[in-house]
Write a protein that binds this ligand. Structure first.
Ligand code: FAD
Length: 278
C-alpha cells in the first residue's frame, strides 16, 4: 500500500512569497498527497495569512488542507470563531497544538486553554466529529517535558481527548521513532503516528531550527554538513541521501507515511519521494 504523504507550509508575509508558495503547492499536488497543512503563529500573528493560505490550497490547488491552530495566546471566543470560519469553508481537518509564544508574552499569553489536550477537547466540544484532528508528537521528548515518561503520558492525554492521528517533530534517528511508537502502543494508542521529515538544504538554518525546537542534530551529521561550508550543492546531495535512507528505514519499519516540512520548497521533498520509488 502507498504510504500516506502530506506536506506542511508556512504562510508568507509578502505577495511574492505567497505566489511562490502556491506554485510550490501545485507542484507537490501532482504527487498525490493525502493533505496539506499550514502553520499558525501562536497568539494569532498569522491568523489572516493562515486562513487565506488554507482556503487557496484547499479550494484552488484542490488538496484537502488542514490549518494548524494553537491555543496559547487565543481566547476561547477567538478559537470558536476560527473553528466556525473553517467549518463554514468546508475545511474538515485541523492540526491542534499548544503553540510557542514569542518570549516576553508569558506562558499562556492570555489564552484560556493551557495544553494541546485542552484544545483537542475544546474542538470536540464545539464541533463534534466535524474535524479530523492531528496532534504533535516528540520521539526525542518535548524540550519542556520533565521526562520522557511524562511526555508520553501527556501525549496519550491528547489522543484520549479525541485526536485521530499524530505527526512527529523532525528527527534524524529512526530508533527514537520506533521506541516512541512502541511505548504509546503499550499505553493503548492505536492511532497512526506519522514521522515529520525535514529535508536538509541549508546547514545554518537547520542548526537554528533544531536548537529552537529541541531536535537533535547528531554529531556525525553536523560535522559532515559543517565540512561542506558554502558548498550548497554538496549539502543538498548529501541531505537527500541521508533523508532518503531515513525515510526508507522508517517505512520498512512500519511507519504509515511521511509528513514533509517543506519550508515552502518543492524540489527537496520530491527528490526524496522519488528516491523512495513513488
Ligand atoms: P502539548 O501537547 O500541550 O505539550 C507541551 C508541553 O506540555 C510538553 O512538554 C508536554 O509534556 C507538557 N504537557 C502536556 N500536557 C500536560 C499536562 N496535562 N500536564 C503537564 N504537562 C503537560 N507551533 C506553532 O506555534 N504553530 C504551528 O503551526 C506549529 N505546528 C507544529 C506542527 C508539528 C507537527 C509539530 C511537531 C509542532 C508544531 N508547532 C507549532 C510547535 C509546537 O507548538 C511546540 O512544540 C509547543 O511547544 C508544544 O506544542 P504541543 O501541541 O506539542 O503541546
Amino acid at each position: 500500500m502507498k504510504p500516506s504523504l502530506s506536506f506542511e507550509f508556512f504562510p508568507c508575509k509578502t505577495e511574492a512569497g505567497h505566489e511562490k508558495l502556491i506554485a510550490t503547492a501545485r507542484q507537490l499536488a501532482g504527487h498525490g498527497p493525502e493533505f496539506f497543512s499550514c502553520t499558525y503563529g501562536a497568539g494569532g500573528s498569522t491568523r489572516d495569512g493562515t486562513y487565506r493560505t488554507v482556503r487557496q490550497l484547499n479550494d484552488e490547488v484542490g488538496v484537502p488542507t488542514a490549518p494548524h491552530l494553537s491555543c496559547v495566546g487565543d481566547s476561547k471566543a477567538k478559537l470558536r470563531e476560527l473553528l466556525q470560519q473553517y467549518q463554514e469553508a468546508g475545511i474538515n481537518r485541523i492540526v491542534a497544538l499548544r503553540g510557542d509564544l514569542p518570549s516576553g508574552m508569558g506562558l499562556s499569553g492570555g489564552g484560556e486553554l493551557r495544553y494541546a489536550s485542552d484544545l483537542v477537547a475544546f474542538i470536540r466540544e464545539e464541533t463534534g466529529d466535524h474535524f479530523h484532528i492531528e496532534v504533535a508528537a516528540y520521539p526525542e521528548t518535548h524540550p519542556q517535558a520533565r521526562s520522557f515518561t511524562d511526555d508520553v503520558r501527556n501525549f496519550v492525554y491528547k489522543m484520549e481527548a479525541g485526536a485521530d492521528r499524530a505527526v512527529t517533530q523532525y528527527f534524524f534517528n529512526a530508533d527514537c521513532y520506533f521506541h516512541f511508537v512502541e511505548r504509546v502502543r503499550k499505553l493503548g494508542v492505536e492511532a497512526p503516528v506519522i514521522p515529520g521529515i525535514m529535508p536538509i538544504t541549508n546547514y545554518s538554518k537547520l542548526a537554528r531550527f533544531s536548537d529552537a525546537c529541541g531536535a537533535e542534530l547528531p554529531r556525525w551529521l553536523r560535522k559532515q554538513l559543517e565540512a561542506y561550508g558554502d558548498d550548497t550543492q554538496s549539502i543538498q546531495a548529501f541531505g537527500e541521501e541521508v533523508m532518503t535512507a531515513l525515510c526508507e528505514r522508517l517505512l520498512e519499519g512500519g511507519a504509515p507515511g511521511v509528513h514533509f516540512y517543506t519550508l515552502n520548497q518543492a524540489e527537496p521533498c520530491i527528490a526524496i519521494w522519488r528516491n523512495l520509488g513513488f
